[in-house]
Design a protein around this ligand. Structure first.
Ligand code: GUN
Ligand code: ZN
Length: 447
């Protein structure tokens, strides 16, 4: 910034506590720098959708041009917007539907709900509600499953693009073991996916994910087509499910004999690589986890879903031991909350059950910088660093009487973040900004 700063139209600053991450707080860096960056009295300066300066208020305030608006949020904490690495927008209306496990839940609730996305007006209406709900919970980016209908992806991208949100989404590919009304074919699914890539990938802030639902609902021919597209479009994402449930694992064994494991089926078709994100990863073995690490494929850990559907407990300690990339996700509607804070709450408890202590700093890292890095979007989202896209949230430590009482007694950053993770939900998100613009304000949203 210049010594005699000129006022720049559109530039805005926020004075608050600031939190983001230089690297994984659980891993020492070579030069010994801490992973967590925290300013007790910080200033975040935003212009043209990006962060232009971040640091101590006392250092940066004199560099601001006279008249630059500064919002005083000193009683609040600004953090990067959350990244939800696995969620189904067409399942918004069936969240909290009771069923005895994954496969009956799919049959009874999920497939009938997804059928309705044949209708573009229904898809557009749900996409609006869904994005409102994500922003209410402080999630500014997500990897989103649509349905088999190309119009469901069209509706989602249209709404997300209009709001200038950075989202990754894809049309589900599914050509067997599902109702006729939700079935594509290897060829048609491939053609529809490719034309959506051409229409939407890297248009504004939208990005495409090839989305074979999971191995049981794709023929070998369809997985083959998917692998070819993944090879042709290297910067496109891939998203699917793996090893969520023991019945599903047995089913895959029967459908794909001769493979070493469920994960190996995806590997065989070239679907393990950077920007490939697999939901659940509960019933992997050590060879699988190492393969995830070698290929850079990411495990999306969905604790609320795994407990709700009784799928099993993600083994955090085993994931750590192999350094398999891990990020957090809600998996709504299998997941029971849109809130990444509630997802942290459950992730912490699931990790505890496997004897692993997942700190709050680490969980905030996994929901921001860690996810961005795993998705090859480091420096772009999940951070407040200079040059990043200005997607951020304002967290209110006094959002509820209990949060206020507990955070008033927090004696460290870890205790403050832990209280947010264990006691927080959408009420703790005072505001959400995308590309520097407010896209949710709690006060305004309260009726
Ligand atoms: N496996 C295949 N499809 C789904 C789905 O929609 N939700 C979950 N949780 N698991 C799946
Ligand atoms: Zn899912």
């Amino acid at each position: 910034m210049s010594a005699s700063p000129q006022k720049q139209a559109g530039r805005r600053a926020f004075r608050a506590q600031l939190l983001y991450f230089a690297h994984d707080p659980a891993r020492a860096s070579l030069d010994g720098t801490p992973g967590t960056i925290y300013y007790r009295d910080g200033l975040l300066v935003v212009d043209d959708g990006r962060v232009v300066a971040v640091g101590d208020y006392d250092r940066l305030a004199p560099t601001l041009a006279d008249g630059t608006p500064v919002e005083d949020l000193r009683d609040k904490l600004i953090a990067p917007g959350f990244i939800d690495t696995h969620i189904h927008y067409p399942q918004t209306d069936i969240i909290a539907s009771p069923a005895p496990g994954l496969l009956p839940w799919l049959e009874t609730y999920t497939f009938p709900a997804e059928r309705r996305f044949e209708n573009p007006e229904h898809a557009a209406a749900v996409a609006k509600f869904f994005l409102d709900e994500l922003l209410r919970g402080g999630t500014t980016s997500a990897l989103v499953y649509c349905t088999v209908h190309p119009q469901s992806a069209e509706a989602f991208f249209t709404e997300s693009h209009a709001r200038n949100l950075r989202m990754v989404a894809g049309k589900v590919m599914m050509d067997r073991n599902c109702p006729e009304f939700l079935r594509d074919t290897a060829e048609q699914g491939g053609r529809d996916s490719e034309s959506l890539i051409q229409r939407w990938h890297q248009r504004g802030r939208q990005m495409y994910a090839l989305t074979p639902r999971f191995a049981p609902t794709s023929t070998e021919a369809q997985l083959g087509v998917c692998g070819e597209l993944a090879q042709r479009y290297q910067d496109v994402f891939i998203q699917s499910h793996v090893a969520e449930n023991t019945d599903e694992v047995e089913w895959v064994k029967a459908l794909f004999p001769g493979h070493r494991s469920y994960l190996d089926v995806y590997d065989h078709y070239g679907l393990l690589r950077r920007r490939a994100v697999y939901g659940h990863c509960i019933w992997l073995d050590e060879t699988d986890r190492r393969r995830m690490f070698e290929t850079g494929a990411v495990a999306a850990h969905c604790p609320t879903s795994n407990q709700f559907l009784g799928s099993g407990l993600f083994d955090f300690a085993a994931a750590e031991a192999t350094r398999m990339p891990v990020a957090l996700a809600t998996d709504v509607g299998g997941g029971s909350s849109f809130s990444m804070l509630q997802t942290m709450n459950e992730a912490h408890k699931v990790a505890r059950l496997s004897g692993y202590h997942l700190t709050a700093e680490r969980m905030f890292y996994l929901a921001t910088e860690g996810a961005a890095r795993a998705l090859d979007l480091g420096g772009q989202i999940g951070t407040l660093a200079e040059g990043a896209e200005a997607d951020f949230i304002v967290l209110d430590p006094k959002a509820t009487p209990l949060l206020a009482r507990r955070t008033a007694q927090a004696e460290s950053l870890e205790e403050l973040l832990f209280a947010f993770a264990l006691l927080g939900d959408d009420r703790a998100i005072s505001a959400t900004y995308a590309a520097g613009k407010p896209v949710h304000r709690r006060e305004a949203a309260q009726h």
